[in-house]
Design a protein around this ligand. Sequence first.
Ligand code: PHE
Length: 350
Amino acid sequence: MNTQLQDLVNQAREQFAASPSAAELENAKARFLGKSGAITALMKDLAKLSAEDKRAQGAEINLAKQAIEQALQARRDALAEAELQARLAEQAIDVTLDGRGQRRGGVHPVMRSWMRIESIFRSIGFEVAEGPEIEDDWSNFTALNSPQDHPARSMQDTFYVDLDDARGQPLLLRTHTSPMQVRHARAHVQRHQGSAAMPDIRVIAPGRTYRVDSDATHSPMFHQFEGLWIGENVSMADLKGVYTAFLHAFFERDDIELRFRPSYFPFTEPSAEIDMMFDSGPLRGRWLEISGAGQVHPVVVRNFGLDPERHIGFAFGSGIERLTMLRYGIGDLRQFYGSDLRFLEQFDAA
Ligand code: PHE
């Protein structure tokens, strides 16, 4: 190969090596092998030569061309390899990291209480009923002796839904489980219509309830369970007996005192707040409010479809979070809904 051709090959090698990307490499290639590239120009010049010189020169130019093509291919391969390595490095997976795996789930502490409450009340002869979380105005308020525009309704700041019920009243997220008193009692009465003696209504209704309320001891969504016992001779003394037995079973201890403090609810008369106190332990000696309760108001008994002269009984509504906080000594209700596994896992074996 003559020195002119050798120079050309060296130039090509240098320029290819200096091309940092595939695009720049293609530009460099064009300068040698393209239509107006150096090698192409030499080929064209061959036309002017004699047949003999043509052959000799042509062979040399071909050698140079092959050398340049080889250099080009080598550089192309090197660039592709570099790009691959860069991509691999960027997408590297650290196979030594722990996987997510599958972990054993647990029952949420509030659900754990819910289940305990159901089984305790079942064991003393109560049915368990569940009702809708989106309620109609009549069941949540009116049937419970809170007429439209009655100021007692403002005891509860309510989430209304932008939809009307069949009576043209707005639907709402139930503010308490008390509407289940009415739903269950009416169904019970209907079921026993025409039979000689109606069995007592004895039910608890646990579930989610909603109020515009949020701090360390109030959450806009919380859980309650309603209790209702209606018969022909059911008194506040029965309420005290049932609720005392429930608390002893729920807390698994007997050193608990109860106090019935006069209160007001539109749907009970008389009404009471049930307070409890532990006789030992860290909460010893402090009265803690745990439930609303009372004798079911005659207006409500009538809305059950019963005669208040003949049927009488009690109802109560208790917060499940509150009972759970007392059972486990939890200070902030919001921990129940923080989804912090370090908190939740503590109750797995409880
Ligand atoms: N529904 C009442 C509340 O949520 C509690 C209650 C239930 C009071 C039953 C009396 C009888 O505050």
